[in-house]
Design a binder for this molecule. Structure first.
Ligand SMILES: Nc1ncnc2c1ncn2[C@@H]1O[C@H](COP(=O)(O)OP(=O)(O)OP(=O)(O)O)[C@@H](O)[C@H]1O
Length: 408
């Protein structure tokens, strides 16, 4: 911790440094809160003569120590020094009158100012809710990821590597037991990777920054019934926002906006349990959207729905992708869904066996059959047409296929 602390006195700070600073602050915030809770709980016990004076004193000293350390970190002026350096550089560049230097110094000054403002804000908030900056265009970078549920079990995941760019829609397919759920649990930090790395927007996931990394991620599960807490749709969507300590005055607007994105804005006062499966899943998506994650993982989110519900959710996934603002990762057994995706990952026996566009993956139908994966209905029709000499290709839906046939 000391090393990191002094590192903030170096010059030329960047987003990565700001992230580290936020992680340190957040860690101190959590530690201080915990020590404070322990101390006040022991104080009550001491009043009731349940513990000794020494035990209370020990807790008091621990609380004071972490509070002092926390105060020192919040007084850190590295980002101010960084801003001053950038300002001086800009002044010096202006004296030289060299346009290229002035422009570069100006750019550096803008970055330093942004870092300073952000650092000031997290210090003011004492590290609470500090969200990490994105330091890569890749939403996810997974390297050599392996996982065993127990040391004497076989690998549930073995040496998995992939990148997903922000804004992409990726489906993960594979037969039962191929490792899809294990992968999604590692991505959201429910399981922790013992071998290999996961980076979220360039930030390496560690146990110290898990809370902050999770703010980039949202997940929609298979069974919408397990996701309800509130007595109305509105209360349900509000639940996550309350946990995130969103200002109550802003909540209603956020809830309406999230509900509108899934066409559930007219159901806000309804009881979630009386909704259809598809509607329930739309509410679950709205609850996730309200928290504004950049990456949404759909973990077999359509598998329990009737065909209408299934279609509705798939349409919403495509709409979200089309905004360009969300990365969509969908773990699915629905092979028709892969046609909507930008990329498909095929898992088998814990390994990532193939990754490519839907066209690339569907080219090798024998391979898919050997992995017990169904061929999407449209691809089967295309194959049958090809067998009778009608060449059509890569239709994403029935309309596209019909248009291709009619052109011939
Ligand atoms: N809690 C667990 N304890 C031990 N082994 C597990 C556990 N969960 C999964 N596994 C094993 O890990 C491997 C990968 O399972 P995983 O659930 O990730 O596959 P999956 O592709 O999601 O399967 P499905 O499509 O059936 O959900 C399998 O061999 C499975 O038996």
């Amino acid at each position: 911790m000391k090393k990191l602390f002094t590192e903030f006195y170096k010059t030329n700070l960047n987003d990565q440094d700001l992230n580290e600073f936020k992680i340190i602050l957040n860690k101190f915030y959590i530690e201080t809160t915990e020590k404070s809770n322990t101390f006040y709980a022991l104080k009550d016990k001491y009043a009731n003569r349940q513990i000794t004076k020494e035990e209370l004193q020990k807790a008091r000293l621990e609380y004071r120590a972490v509070k002092n350390e926390f105060a020192k970190v919040t007084q850190n002026n590295a980002f101010k020094i960084n801003l001053n350096n950038a300002r001086n550089l800009l002044k010096a560049a202006k004296k030289t009158k060299a346009a290229i230097d002035i422009q570069k110094a100006q750019e550096e000054y803008v970055i330093a100012k942004h870092l300073y403002d952000e650092a000031k804000l997290v210090i003011k908030e004492k590290g609470r809710g500090a969200s990490l900056a994105k330091v890569s265009e890749n939403a996810l970078e997974v390297r050599h990821l392996s996982f065993k549920y127990s040391p004497d079990f076989p690998y549930a995941l073995k040496d998995v590597n992939f990148d997903i760019k922000h804004g992409e829609y990726v489906t993960i397919i594979g037969h039962n037991g191929s490792g899809k759920s294990t992968l999604s649990k590692l991505l959201i930090g429910v399981l922790s990777a013992e071998e290999g790395d996961i980076k979220v927007f360039g930030n390496l996931m560690t146990k110290n920054n898990l809370d902050q990394i999770r703010r980039f991620l949202g997940i929609v599960f298979q069974n919408p019934d397990n996701q309800f807490i509130g007595s109305t749709v509105e209360a349900d969507i509000a639940f996550g926002l309350e946990n995130k300590r969103v200002n109550p005055e802003d909540m209603r607007e956020i809830i309406i906006e999230a509900a509108s994105k899934v066409r559930m804005e007219n159901f806000l006062d309804k009881e979630p349990l009386n909704l259809s499966g598809g509607q329930k899943q739309r509410v679950a998506i709205a609850s996730t959207l309200a928290l504004n994650p950049d990456i949404i993982i759909f973990d077999e989110a359509t598998s329990m729905l009737d065909p209408k519900g299934n279609r509705e959710i798939k349409e919403i996934m495509v709409e979200l992708r089309n905004t360009g603002l969300k990365t969509i990762i969908s773990i699915t057994h629905d092979m028709d869904e892969i046609l909507n995706a930008d990329k498909v990952i095929v898992m088998n026996g814990g390994r990532l066996e193939k990754m490519g566009t839907p066209e690339e993956i569907l080219k090798d139908k024998e391979y898919l059959r050997s992995r017990h994966l169904d061929i999407p209905f449209l691809a089967t029709v295309e194959e049958a047409l090809e067998n009778v000499g009608v060449k059509v290709q890569h239709s994403k839906n029935m309309d596209e296929l019909v248009k291709q046939i009619c052109k011939k």
